[in-house]
Design a protein around this ligand. Structure first.
Ligand SMILES: [Zn+2]
Length: 497
């Protein structure tokens, strides 16, 4: 017996190749981790999948993840693989576990671990050493990294509410350059959070210039997504324009009822910038609720005034799990305290590691943003090991396919797939990913276009989607028969040229 020519042969599926081209029936052959052929394929394969009636697409790229630490704690990353996600972009919102000096470790203990999860051991210092640590855990999916401004700033100068000194700036630039040289995709900022909020625009331009020098992006959780939305979008555009870095505005939204409809003005700002040659793109998740650290929206227990306690749900905490799934007004009732005191007590007792889900967006804004020609999909999933994380962690990609493409007809299935594959691969410079063509890496998702759906809810968020029977990463199955399985086939992706 001779060796089979192919590792996997996917027969008779409807290939949606990621470019936006109309689907067509074709076989897909995989060998040595790459796509060997697309078309009518003859030849033996070690494994043959009958994909009749199913869609065969490039694996999805989650451009906005917080899976940096989850990749170490749970390398299978089952909640993403089950959605058809084969690459996660990490290091978003200025947050990440490197460069890991004493101050950075305190930064984690003071609340960041509520978002990213607990780090068992900081077995690295620099950004590049952290990427090596991820590589060594053999993750199930591919990972790419942004160099996080908040972590760079804390490591260099602590929690200082002022501009960096010349020395501190030099330290940040050197650490950033080290990460970029090690393959980082760009620089991320979280300007709503401490310490990002302490940075003036000039500091960010200077750092974005370093990223741009390596061909990297500037990716931003902008300063204010509520009544300051338009100025914050203008600031992001200015940083791109003056630094030369392409700009990605993360999880674009108009937060809080008073600001609903503002995306009708923010999106034209992006169009105008693009018209004068600034490369600006956006991402979004397909839900009307947001989620972040409670400490960021309720400093000292006092909720940002535009939010109502009844609109804020406690998603996860460290210790007192009875509060998970409860709204802040209910927490106050349980504690028999006024809302502000109850919120402060919760934050104190949980050492700030409280994640909240906030019901603060309008459907009109969400669908308007998703339809914008530059909008790709980023889950912003918060991989809390406990509690009730926002359902976007388990449901983002199937919800776009099932709800927004199939049911709401926001766009065609081919267009939905393009926004999850070739558009992010081109924007984030991920070479030979995001397209189903001969020679590309064999990141593949096989799904049922009639059945694909998110089943995760706010009440019961830890549920795999339906209608996604197979997912492959670099030619290896990471979902088989609808079940995520450990494979260790993921790679750490460096920025392409
Ligand atoms: Zn963010």
């Amino acid at each position: 017996m001779s060796e089979p020519r192919y590792d996997v042969l996917i027969r008779g599926g409807n290939v949606i190749d990621g470019t936006g081209a109309a689907q067509r029936q074709a076989d897909v052959a995989i060998a040595g981790g790459r796509i060997a052929a697309v078309g009518t394929v003859d030849g033996e394969a070690a494994r043959v999948i009958d994909a009749t009636g199913l869609a065969v697409a490039p694996g999805f790229i989650d451009v906005h993840s917080h899976d940096d630490v989850a990749l170490l704690n749970n390398p299978t990353l089952d909640f993403k693989a089950a959605q058809g996600v084969t690459t996660v972009v990490c290091g978003n919102c200025g947050l990440g576990p490197a460069p890991a000096n004493e101050r950075l470790q305190q930064f984690f203990q003071r609340g960041v671990e509520g978002i990213l999860g607990p780090v068992r051991e900081f077995a690295w210092q620099s950004l590049g050493e952290f990427y090596e640590a991820v590589r060594a855990t053999r993750p199930g999916v591919n990972a790419a990294f942004l160099a996080p401004h908040g972590s760079l700033r804390v490591a260099a100068m602590g929690w200082e509410r002022r501009a960096p000194t010349t020395d501190e700036m030099a330290t940040m630039k050197a650490q950033l350059a080290e990460g970029m040289a090690a393959g980082a995709i760009g620089l991320s900022t979280g300007l709503m959070y401490v310490p990002g909020t302490f940075a003036e625009t000039d500091e960010l331009i200077e750092l974005a210039r370093v990223a741009a020098g390596f061909g990297g992006l500037y990716v931003s959780h902008i300063r204010n997504e509520g009544d300051g939305l338009l100025d914050s979008v203008r600031e992001a555009i200015r940083i791109g324009e003056e630094s030369g870095a392409p700009v990605q505005i993360s999880h674009h939204k108009a937060a809080a009822r008073a600001n609903w409809g503002l995306t009708q003005q923010s999106l034209p700002l992006i169009d105008e910038a693009r018209a004068r040659g600034v490369d600006v793109t956006i991402d979004a998740y397909p839900y009307t609720a947001a989620s972040t650290s409670l400490a960021a929206i309720a400093r000292g227990g006092r909720l940002v005034p535009v939010f109502q306690p009844a609109d804020i749900m406690v998603a996860s905490v460290k210790h007192q799990h009875q509060y998970e799934g409860k709204r802040l007004d209910e927490v106050a009732e349980m504690m028999d305290l006024p809302v502000e005191d109850a919120t402060k007590r919760l934050l104190d007792e949980e050492e700030n590691a409280v994640v909240a889900v906030m019901f603060i967006m309008d459907e009109g804004d969400v669908s308007r943003v998703l339809q914008h020609p530059t909008c790709m999909i980023g889950s912003d999933g918060i991989p809390s090991p406990t509690g009730k994380p926002h359902p976007r962690l388990y449901g983002t990609f199937p919800r776009v396919l099932g709800h927004y493409a199939r049911e709401e007809r926001l766009y065609s299935l081919e267009e939905a797939v393009r926004r999850m594959t070739s558009l992010p691969a081109a924007t984030f410079r991920l070479t030979d990913r995001g397209e189903l063509r001969e020679g590309a890496w064999a990141d593949v998702v096989i799904f049922d276009p009639e059945r694909v759906a998110a089943t995760a809810t706010y009440e019961d968020p830890r549920q795999y989607p339906t209608g996604i029977p197979y997912v492959l990463v670099n030619g290896e199955f990471v979902v088989d028969g609808g079940e995520p399985i450990p494979a260790g086939a993921g790679q750490v992706l460096a920025r392409g040229s």
